[in-house]
Design a protein around this ligand. Structure first.
Ligand SMILES: *[C@@H]1O[C@H](CO)[C@@H](O)[C@H](O)[C@H]1NC(C)=O
Ligand SMILES: *[C@@H]1O[C@H](CO)[C@@H](O)[C@H](O)[C@H]1NC(C)=O
Length: 371
């Protein structure tokens, strides 16, 4: 009887999980892949001795048009102050994505992460999604990218939930089950900029935008906070398009530069900047402004454009400017047997450009292989 009761309690504990505890700064050490959300800044001494890391991130479908009109002219053949190519992270959603282009982005040296299969535009879908549905979205998309863009699955480590709407513990449970290592969906206000941290203990990050934030412990799982920007009329914004900045190319560039300068001169927390093709397409002078902004940034000896993965690597071992090096070019390119398929999604025909044989149907939630 005792044994049965014990087993029952154990199962209950497994199902419900325990609430995360206040972070113990002495127990949570970076050598054991743990960092408290309220740990003091690791950048001791003079701020000038440290690099300012900036991640440009995108979560649009990688279509031929986006690739040719925006990604190629804006991002390719740019280098960091140490002459290595810049790092960028693409959180790739499934629908309309051309996986041959994803393969190209990977081979240039950019980081490929997971966005989701459906990129459902409803906030409520993500906020209240079950663990099971989220596993289908994220594990499914990690599998799709790996299979159809030919990218080794272990290189796909990061994830961004659409609409930045975490569904509490469910999201992180699904991430872990999908084999992912870090999240890039949790915004923090400019008054409380944060360094990346792990979820071994309770997070002290505020829960914004009506999202549900996790509060169970997740050992060694990293949060890369999106430190918000200050947009038009002083309003905080996570996505650059939501900042509603308009003007000449110089005005747009100066605003973007001032957002990085505000951090570079105070805390040097890594910055995650979220761009999308809709902003470039619909905001006048945005492309020219963006180019000037990158030119401004890369003139500074201590600013580096790096992938989110490199931000995570750096915080685990925060080296100073003198020892900091960005990642060099991709030295292990992924193969692509280019195949153009037309496959059915329901009754619709879909173009599906991939690096392997055509599946029977368009891969989708619950059927990532397209069998
Ligand atoms: C997360 O799990 C903890 C512990 O079981 C529970 O107290 C909390 O309500 C859950 N929160 C969310 C948002 O899922
Ligand atoms: C840009 O906007 C136009 C008009 O709204 C649209 O037709 C076009 O497909 C868009 N291009 C991209 C790359 O989003």
């Amino acid at each position: 009887m005792k044994l049965i009761a014990f087993a029952f309690v154990a199962i209950l504990a497994l199902v419900q999980g325990d609430s995360a505890k206040q972070c113990d700064l002495d127990a949570c050490k970076i050598d054991s892949n743990c960092r408290c959300s309220n740990s003091p800044s690791p950048l001791d001494g003079s701020l000038g001795d440290w690099p300012q890391l900036v991640s440009l991130t995108f979560d649009d479908a990688i279509t031929e048009k986006v690739y040719n009109d925006y990604l190629d002219p804006l991002l390719f053949s740019r280098t960091n102050p140490d002459n290595n190519p810049i790092g960028v992270t693409f959180f790739v959603p499934h629908e309309y994505t051309n996986y041959q282009r994803v393969n190209d982005l990977y081979n240039i040296g950019f980081e490929i992460g997971v966005h989701s299969i459906t990129k459902n535009p409803l906030q409520s879908y993500w906020r209240s999604a079950s663990e099971e549905d989220l596993v289908k979205e994220f594990e499914g998309q990690r599998h799709i990218i790996s299979k159809f863009a030919g990218i080794p699955v272990e290189k796909i480590m990061g994830v961004r939930t659409p609409q930045l709407q975490l569904s509490g513990n469910n999201s992180i449970k699904a991430y872990v089950q999908a084999g992912l290592t870090y999240d890039s969906s949790w915004p923090s206000l400019p008054a409380k900029r944060m360094f990346p941290y792990t979820l071994d203990y309770k997070s002290t990050e505020d829960c914004l935008l009506g999202a549900k934030c996790p509060n169970e412990p997740f050992e060694g799982f990293w949060i890369l906070p999106i430190n918000d920007l200050v947009g038009n009329e002083g309003k905080e914004c996570s996505v650059v398009s939501a900042c509603r900045i308009q003007g000449t190319a110089d005005e747009i560039a100066n605003w973007l530069t001032s957002q990085v300068e505000g951090v570079r001169t105070t805390t040097k927390v890594p910055m995650t900047l979220m761009f999308n093709s809709g902003w470039f397409n619909s905001t006048e002078n945005s492309e020219a402004g963006f180019i000037k902004f990158l030119d401004n940034l890369l003139e500074k000896e201590d600013v580096f454009l790096v992938s989110q993965k490199q931000v995570m690597d750096w915080i685990k071992s925060p080296v100073k400017l003198a020892d900091f090096q960005t990642e060099s070019e991709q030295d292990d390119p992924a193969n692509c047997d280019k195949t153009k398929c037309i496959v059915k999604k329901g009754k619709e025909d879909r173009n599906f450009n991939i690096c392997t044989e055509c599946p029977s149907v368009y891969p989708w939630i619950g059927n990532p292989d397209g069998n």
